[in-house]
Design a protein around this ligand. Structure first.
Ligand code: CUA
Length: 307
C-alpha cells in the first residue's frame, strides 16, 4: 500500500486504519465467542434433545443492537471529522493556487497568480496548503495521486476543488481514474513536490517567454511551427502561437516526459510523435501531418530547445 505524503492522505490513512482496527477487533470477538460457545455448550455424553431456549432477553437484545449502533456512529463521526479536515468549505473569495484542466488525454496546469501554464508535470510547493481548482475541457476525468490523498472528479461545465498540503518533496505518480476514452490508460499524472525555493525557481523560469531559436535549424523549425498548423492548437509564449487546444509548449524541452509519460523528451521522440501521432497515441487530437522528414526534424529540434 502507498504511504501517505500529504496532510489529507494522512488523515484518510488514519481513518482507514482505525476502521480496520475496529473491524479486526469485531472479527476477533466473534471468533472467540464461536470457539468458546462450541466448547462450553457442546453436546455431552448424557445430553438428549434440545438445549435450553432463551426468548425475550433484554440485555442480549440491547447489546446486539446497541454495540453495532455505537460502532457505526463512531465510524460516521470519525468520517465526518476527517472530511471536514480534508475538505473545509471554499469561501467565495478564495483564489485557487493552481487550476488543473483535464483534456483527452493530458493535464493542463495553470498557475493564475504567476501566469504560468504548463502540462502534465505538475510542480507544487511542499508544506503549503494549496487550493486546486479542477476543471474539464471535454469529458469527465478523475484526478488521483494515491500518495497525496483523495480523488477528485473533473466535470465539464463546473469546478471542483481539492485542498492539498504535501509533506515531503518527491515525485508522486497518479492516473486518471475515470474512463475517458481511448487513451484513458495513458492519462498519467506526475506531481513534482518541491520545497518553496525550488518551486519558486521553477515558476519564475516557466513565467518567462520562450527562448528564441538558437541555431539555423531551430530558426527553420520555429518558422515551420508558425506556418504549418502547429500554431492552430499550441501556444508558445512570446510568439504568435496562442492557441490552447493542445498542451502549452513554451517550455516543453524542460519537461522530462511527453504525452503524460509515454515518451521521454528528446528530439528523436518529438520527431516520432510529430510524424506518427496516431500510431503512438491512437485517437489523440494531434493529427498526422504529412511533413517531410527535414521539416519534422527542424520542428522537433526547435521544440526540444525550448527549455
Ligand atoms: Cu481522463 Cu480517464
Amino acid at each position: 500500500m502507498n504511504r501517505p505524503f500529504s496532510f489529507q492522505a494522512e488523515r484518510i490513512s488514519r481513518l482507514f486504519h482505525s476502521f480496520n482496527v475496529a473491524a479486526a477487533a469485531m472479527l476477533g470477538l466473534v471468533i472467540l465467542l464461536v470457539v468458546y460457545i462450541s466448547i462450553r455448550y457442546r453436546r455431552r455424553g448424557n445430553d438428549s434433545g434440545e438445549g435450553a431456549q432463551v426468548t425475550g432477553n433484554n440485555l442480549l437484545e440491547a447489546l446486539m443492537i446497541g454495540l453495532p449502533a455505537i460502532l457505526l456512529a463512531g465510524f460516521f463521526f470519525a468520517s465526518l471529522a476527517a472530511q471536514r479536515a480534508i475538505a473545509p468549505p471554499i469561501g467565495p473569495d478564495l483564489k485557487p493556487d493552481v487550476i488543473i484542466t483535464g483534456h483527452q488525454w493530458w493535464w493542463e496546469a495553470d498557475y493564475p497568480q504567476a501566469k504560468v501554464i504548463t502540462a502534465n508535470e505538475v510542480h507544487l510547493p511542499v508544506g503549503r496548503r494549496l487550493l486546486m481548482e479542477m476543471r474539464s475541457a471535454d469529458v469527465i476525468h478523475d484526478w488521483w495521486v494515491p500518495e497525496l490523498g483523495n480523488k477528485t472528479d473533473l466535470v465539464p461545465g463546473t469546478s471542483n476543488y481539492l485542498w492539498l498540503t504535501i509533506n515531503k518533496p518527491g515525485l508522486y505518480i497518479g492516473a486518471c481514474s475515470e474512463f475517458c476514452g481511448a487513451q484513458h490508460a495513458w492519462m498519467r499524472i506526475k506531481v513534482v513536490g518541491e520545497n518553496e525555493k525550488a518551486f519558486n525557481g521553477w515558476l519564475a523560469a516557466n513565467a518567462r517567454t520562450a527562448l528564441p531559436p538558437a541555431d539555423s535549424l531551430a530558426v527553420r523549425g520555429a518558422a515551420l511551427f508558425q506556418a504549418k498548423t502547429c500554431a492552430s492548437c499550441h501556444r508558445i509564449g512570446g510568439t504568435p502561437a496562442v492557441a490552447k487546444v493542445g498542451p502549452d509548449l513554451t517550455h516543453v524541452g524542460s519537461r522530462n516526459y511527453l504525452l503524460t509519460g509515454m515518451l521521454s523528451t528528446s528530439e528523436a521522440n518529438l520527431m516520432a510523435w510529430i510524424s506518427h501521432p496516431q500510431q503512438i497515441k491512437p485517437g489523440a487530437w494531434m493529427p498526422d501531418f504529412i511533413l517531410s522528414r527535414d521539416s519534422v526534424k527542424a520542428i522537433a529540434h526547435y521544440l526540444e530547445s525550448l527549455k
